[in-house]
Design a binder for this molecule. Structure first.
Ligand SMILES: Cc1cc2nc3c(=O)[nH]c(=O)nc-3n(C[C@H](O)[C@H](O)[C@H](O)COP(=O)(O)OP(=O)(O)OC[C@H]3O[C@@H](n4cnc5c(N)ncnc54)[C@H](O)[C@@H]3O)c2cc1C
Ligand SMILES: *[C@@H]1O[C@H](CO)[C@@H](O)[C@H](O)[C@H]1NC(C)=O
Ligand SMILES: *[C@@H]1O[C@H](CO)[C@@H](O)[C@H](O)[C@H]1NC(C)=O
Length: 535
């Protein structure tokens, strides 16, 4: 009897919340709650709209306010906060029984908010769905020899870096730069960062995984089979199942690494330096990682300019770096004063703009962002050259409205060129000099302001076409971009229409991904606006 009371409260708020959804949706949600509560006996794991707990869970890890503000974005009809793997299995079984879709959320950093919103224009109005938040599934356990670790998918990159750094200063794992990214989305989509040239992607260093499939079964690598294990390393997990844990290979690094920023404006020959960087950065010693951050700025006299930051580190000590830099990139003029020796863990704070802060900063999930952003990506196979760069800078300076656009150029080569395009689902390998991310962040909330910023990003993307890879114009799946196309016909989306965006993300691997999907989830239970449809 005592257990019934909270359940009744849950029901009444469900009905209120879903009053616009027609009778079907409310009933589906009730069916789900009944089923889940019978299976798990923990109604406190469920949060329903219009309750305080719903908003606090919904806002606990989202990054992009744009996704919540959009009139096209439906919010979940129920959020499940799983704290055990069995809760994930129960969510799948009960969602199927109630005919509800699931959006899984690990770190909430999806560029288009697909882990906690669904486009009404795609799902057909108010189709209800569940957000399954697995941020409580975040344990990290190392093997005795410290060569591998099992990490749960709800952990963040920062939590993983912290755990590794505390074990040993001579160990690391190649993953992204932002510490609040969740492993669930990040690892399955690739995982690019400062160690990529030396060790490959996060996904290249996954040895095993545990996923829950559309039947609610918990499968490891052996049980899921090599095809499915191949797919969830680069093509995301969202269209194939729910990733609950990964076994990763730790990598060895020197206990002291050296970070540096070299900043140059147009008057300081930034264009010449970037043009040189384009030709050589992919061939640097793999211990040397130099990325380029470009943004509109002002010279000291107020003239518009582009500020270039060569945001960098070297896996080794300062003296060694200075010799390597003099040999490989003398034009940069690197000096000892530019360089700081740190542990690898401290270097990850440096790259996040938090140099010198305590490493415990990485345990802070920093919830509730009050800003919106839009990202896009490209790959570059032929150097753009000084003339092209000057045109791009001019475009950026003219666009520098309230929030300027930022270009981040990350060098490939090294290990990335040694791994075949079809070794895992992530296809962008040999021949790519670097990857560009276009990024714009803003704080206004009005629809007109959102559209204005999106428009600038689309213009920039069109402007860049002649300078970047084509046929297909490649894109990085973890920098998800709905402008590339979407599953417009919902679950019935055809393979041929999905190819338009699918081959940008996955190139020649798209076909095989659709074949894997046909076997793993023929009914297309795991579905979103950009999930690979069955063949
Ligand atoms: C500020 C910022 C910085 C970033 N920096 C980098 C970077 O340096 N390098 C880089 O490579 N990427 C970077 N990214 C991109 C990041 O890798 C992707 O956004 C990634 O998908 C986020 O994973 P998540 O778990 O946090 O996101 P979520 O929003 O939770 O999920 C992303 C997608 O994966 C699905 N998903 C999540 N968890 C699971 C799961 N357990 N099982 C199945 N499906 C799941 C979701 O449904 C959604 O479709 C950055 C993103 C942001 C916002
Ligand atoms: C700018 O840098 C490039 C590449 O290092 C170099 O070739 C060129 O001479 C430099 N120009 C000036 C004016 O210093
Ligand atoms: C958003 O949050 C940041 C960091 O907390 C704060 O500095 C900024 O003023 C906020 N902006 C708005 C528009 O609320």
């Amino acid at each position: 009897m005592l257990r019934l009371l909270p359940l009744l409260l849950l029901f009444s708020s469900t009905l209120r919340a879903c009053s616009g959804d027609g009778a079907g949706a409310g009933t589906q949600v009730q069916l789900f709650i009944q089923c889940f509560t019978n299976a798990v006996h923990a109604p406190n794991l469920l949060a329903l709209p219009n309750t305080a707990s719903f908003n606090s869970v919904l806002l606990s890890t989202f990054q992009n306010q744009r996704s919540l503000l959009s009139p096209d974005a439906a919010k979940p009809s129920v959020i499940v906060s799983a704290s055990r793997e069995s809760h994930v299995q129960a969510t799948v079984s009960c969602a199927r029984a109630a005919n509800l879709d699931i959006r899984t959320r690990s770190g909430g950093h999806d560029y288009e908010g697909m882990s906690y919103t669904a486009a009404r224009s795609v799902t057909g109005g108010n189709a209800p769905f569940i957000t399954l938040d697995i941020s409580a599934l975040r344990s990290i356990s190392f093997d005795a020899a410290l060569t591998t670790a099992w990490v749960q998918a709800g952990a963040t990159v920062g939590e993983l870096y912290y755990a590794i750094g505390k074990k040993s200063a001579a160990l690391a794992f190649p993953a992204g730069i932002c510490p609040t990214i969740g492993l669930g989305g990040h690892f399955s989509g690739g995982g690019i960062g400062t160690l990529t040239r030396k060790f490959g992607l996060s996904a290249d260093n996954i040895l095993d995984a545990r996923i829950v499939d559309a039947q609610g079964r918990l499968l490891d690598r052996k049980a899921m089979g090599e095809d499915l294990f191949w797919a969830i390393r680069g093509a995301g997990s969202a269209g194939f199942g729910i990733a609950v844990a990964f076994k990763i290979r730790l990598v060895s690094i020197p206990p002291v690494v050296t970070t540096f920023n070299v900043v140059r404006t147009l008057r300081q020959n930034a264009t010449g330096l970037v043009a040189r960087w384009e030709e050589i950065a992919h061939e640097f010693d793999t211990n040397l990682f130099v990325r380029v951050i470009a943004q509109a700025s002002k010279e000291s006299d107020g003239t518009g300019t582009i500020q270039i930051t060569f945001n960098s580190f070297y896996l080794g000590r300062r003296e060694e770096l200075l010799a390597v830099a003099l040999r490989s990139f003398p034009e940069l003029g690197l000096t000892a004063a530019d360089c700081t020796e740190r542990s690898w863990l401290e270097s990850t704070l440096f790259f996040n703009g938090d140099a010198g802060k305590p490493t415990e900063t990485f345990l802070d999930r920093k919830p509730a962002s009050n800003s919106s952003f839009k990202g896009k990506s490209d790959f570059v196979k032929v150097p753009i050259g000084g003339g092209g760069l000057e045109k791009i800078w001019r475009f950026m300076m003219e666009a520098a409205i309230e929030e300027p656009m930022v270009l981040i150029l990350e060098p490939f080569g090294g290990k990335m060129s040694e791994i075949g395009e079809d070794a895992i689902a992530f296809p962008h390998r040999k021949g790519n000099l670097y990857n560009i991310q276009y990024f714009m962040r803003w704080f206004e909330t009005e629809e007109a302001a959102i559209q204005k910023h999106l428009e600038w990003m689309r213009k920039l993307y069109a402007f860049m076409a002649p300078y970047v890879s084509g046929e297909p114009r490649a894109a990085y799946y973890n920098y998800k971009d709905i402008d590339l196309g979407r599953n417009a016909e919902g679950k019935g989306t055809s393979f041929s229409s999905a190819r338009v965006w699918g081959e940008k993300y996955f190139k020649g691997n798209f076909k095989r991904l659709a074949a894997v999907k046909s076997k793993a989830d023929p009914g297309n239970f795991f579905w979103n606006e950009q999930s690979v449809p069955p063949q």
